[in-house]
Design a protein around this ligand. Structure first.
Ligand code: GLA
Length: 740
């Protein structure tokens, strides 16, 4: 058999092979790296395809409605494909020919190929499809640029970033995804994807794009879901803070169809001749070593290639849960004293510092959009607050909600046409009964938003941190800027405008630490992490619920990105209480911080908090920059256990959280700490102890054990009833062998 021309994209452990057939590239293989691209392509072309369905074998890399590949209903795109257009002359088909395949040099040495596809009938209609294979982690990135030079606009009713139509991957699939809602984010759901069925994940909110569904998934290939340590997993995520859709279909013939991209809610996107539309990036990964490896791969990729900074994150003290809108210089100064006493390094002034006169931000109904300090609250200005912070050795951060405005603001009073609204219809108002969304599709609005946020940042010397919040959705589906025939472009252009704004902020303030927040975890996704250093996981700060939220998010996102704050009890969302230790231990496995009322803790508690904070400072390179191994799942039992291991495997942190354990319930399997180096000896020490030396959870605290034994037999431990927790620090001893 004659082998087709092949393209092999290889990461250290995975391989994507494309084969050229009839003038286009097709997917031939996605799996473990083995070289042998031509053999893989030959094997793919010889698979027994169902003759009535897919006689031509593997499908092209960017399938469009009307392709000449496939037959019958397939040609007409019943299988959905990635792209559907109406050309300027009314023609609705696209039939690609690959006119160029080029390597794009990457400074990192990663392999990046661009496939230039042109429609056979309208050759100016083009898609440049990019594939990038990283050489230091098993992640592939892909994205598409669409452009044309037709006589008029082209309408795009479907414009996915990626569409994998894979044959031969397997015949059983289990899909793991996360879903939730406000204050109840990131629930893990895993089900078999039955033959002939399609699952659609998506968000239609426009702003809170990661609430209902997360734009990320694991697909286990095989008869049972992959475990943490074994099984084949295709991981995927869309990097887009907008309206999106991911569809995964298990065809009756066992093909897997996976498409992902930005979605249009109110009609086709209208693309002008001469413009290039860059579609969002989709990332995917292949693991032969279960979900744990898939997670660690995404974490490494995000830290190394997506997120702006790799430096360890500060311990943050945020004012919101403690004092809400009730801000003043004296109040903040006293909170800063608390923050310093607790060991925080950055103090964030949350909502309530801005707006003037009748638009002062004393509640959720006023002032959004007017990013000038409220002189009634801060007669000497926020620069003075910054001085107070500096005097205490704290960096300063500030809250903004740049995409939004209140109708009760100078901004909306002066520029009513900067607000998203549907012509001739009443404005639908959101939070506080006054909140509206600004028209980020309009470059003039973006300029104005950038100018006012930038000026506020510059007015505070040394401002180190910005919390970028967003507490409303696109409830008014109209842009005064886009013409009447371009209104459906809003969904995409809003999100693209947001990227533009964030990129400008990043360029103007490269050292700024940015938190993405959208009423909690509404923007906990990779689209945000392209600009932000972290996200706020949830407005629900109840420690017990945070165990579950952080567990779910950890499947895709690294611990350095997960802001986790110790807050007061009873918790504001759940009315539950938890010991200070439990709250600390839970925040310890993310980016630790605080949101506490003034004078929150007794002197003993403050001393305990300081000890925990200093342990966190010592161990944050391991938690924030190490590899996560999930040891015991809170979704399957009554406790969660996490292990973080430094890249050189010499340091590790174990965190265990009980969740309403029954009394005298002895079923505790030892902690098999896979992830440690089998040949190293580790000294084990329990930390975060309210009374040092007492209340130990393992008899091996203070002892040294061989990594191999901890992996193979596991560490025995105790966990009390209710909500008990503990944290261990493991340090490799210099020499191997001496056991105590
Ligand atoms: C949102 C955020 C909170 C807080 C408030 C302020 O709800 O998620 O953390 O910043 O806004 O209004």
């Amino acid at each position: 058999m004659k082998s087709p021309a092949t393209l092999s994209l290889e990461t250290p452990g995975a391989q994507l092979v494309l084969a050229r057939r009839s003038g286009v590239w097709t997917f031939a293989h996605l799996g473990a790296r083995c070289g042998a691209a031509e053999d893989l392509a030959a094997l793919a072309s010889a698979r027994p395809y169902a003759a009535n369905h897919c006689a031509e074998g593997p499908m092209e890399t960017y399938p469009a409605f009307g392709s000449s590949r496939g037959q019958g209903h397939r040609r007409l795109g019943n299988t959905r494909g990635a792209l559907q257009v109406r050309h300027a002359d009314g023609d609705v088909s696209v039939d690609w020919r690959c006119v160029e395949t080029r390597d794009v040099p990457e400074p990192s040495g990663a392999r990046h190929v661009a496939l230039v596809l042109a429609d056979r009938r309208h050759p100016s209609f083009r898609a440049v499809q990019h594939f990038l294979a990283w050489n230091d982690c098993d992640v592939f990135e892909t994205w598409v640029e669409l452009s044309h030079g037709e006589s008029g606009p082209v309408a795009l009713s479907r414009m996915d970033s990626f569409c994998l139509e894979a044959t031969g991957l397997g015949d059983r699939f289990h899909l793991l995804s996360l879903s939730g809602q406000w204050a109840n984010e990131a629930h893990v759901a895993e089900d078999e994807l039955l033959r002939g069925r399609e699952v659609v994940l998506g968000s239609r909110a426009g702003v809170h794009d990661a609430w209902e569904n997360q734009p990320a998934f694991f697909l286990s290939v095989g008869p049972a879901p992959a475990t943490e340590e074994s099984g084949r997993v295709l991981a995927g995520a869309l990097c887009w803070s907008g309206v999106w859709e991911i569809r995964i279909r298990h065809e009756w013939s066992h093909e897997l169809r996976l498409s992902a991209g930005a979605a249009n809610l109110s009609g086709p996107y209208v693309l002008e001749p001469g413009r290039t539309l860059v579609l969002p990036k989709f990332v995917f990964s292949w693991s032969e070593r279960g979900k744990g490896h898939a997670s660690r791969t995404l974490h490494r990729w995000a830290r190394a290639h997506l997120m702006p900074h790799s430096a360890p994150r500060d311990i943050v003290f945020n004012s919101w849960e403690g004092v809400r809108f009730d801000l003043s210089e004296a109040r903040l100064a006293s909170l800063m004293d608390d923050a310093r006493a607790l060991g925080a390094e950055c103090f964030v002034v949350d909502d309530g510092w801005f707006g003037r006169g009748r638009f002062a931000r004393n509640d959720a109904a006023h002032g959004l959009g007017d990013w000038k300090e409220d002189r009634a609250k801060f007669p000497r200005g926020l620069a003075r607050v910054a001085q107070e912070a500096k005097r205490r050795g704290l960096r300063l951060g500030l809250w903004f909600e740049p995409e939004m405005a209140d109708t009760e603001s100078e901004l909306v009073r002066d520029h009513p046409d900067w607000v998203l609204r549907e012509a001739g219809r009443p404005l639908r108002l959101q939070r506080g009964g006054t909140q509206v969304v600004l028209d980020l599709a309009n470059p003039v609005v973006r300029d104005a938003v950038f100018a006012s946020v930038d000026a506020a940042i510059r007015a505070i010397p040394g401002l180190a941190y910005v919390k970028w919040d967003a507490n409303a959705d696109i409830a008014n589906a109209g842009s005064p800027f886009l013409g009447p025939d371009r209104q459906a472009n809003l969904w995409f252009d809003y999100a693209a405008g947001l990227c533009d704004l964030l990129a400008r902020l990043r360029a103007a303030h490269p050292r700024l630490v940015l938190q993405a927040c959208a009423s909690g975890g509404g923007r906990a996704e990779f689209g945000s992490l392209a600009f932000a250093d972290e996200f706020w996981c949830s407005d629900n700060t109840c420690a017990q619920q945070r165990v579950l939220v952080q567990w779910g998010l950890s499947l895709f996102y690294p611990a350095c990105a997960m802001a986790a704050h110790v807050t007061a009890v009873p918790n504001k969302q759940t009315r539950r209480t938890a010991s200070l230790k439990y709250r600390f231990d839970v925040a310890f496995s993310g980016r630790l911080g605080f949101e506490l009322p003034p004078d929150p803790l007794s002197p003993e508690e403050t001393a305990f908090a300081r000890t925990c904070a200093s342990a966190y400072k010592r161990l944050r390179p391991v938690v924030q920059g190490g590899d996560l191994h999930r040891i015991a799942s809170p979704c399957e039992g009554d406790h969660a256990a996490l292990l973080f291991v430094s890249p050189d495997k010499r340091r590790a942190v174990v965190a265990v959280y009980g969740l309403s354990r029954a009394a005298n319930d002895g079923r505790l399997a030892p902690l098999r700490l896979s992830g440690l180096a089998p040949s190293l000896d580790y000294r084990i020490r329990e930390i975060n102890l309210p009374r040092p030396g007492t209340g130990l959870h393992t008899a091996f605290s203070g002892k040294t054990l061989r990594g191999g034994a901890l992996v193979s037999a596991g560490l025995p431990f105790d966990l009390g009833p209710g909500d008990d927790s503990f944290v261990l620090e493991l340090t490799a001893t210099k020499q191997q062998g001496t056991h105590t």
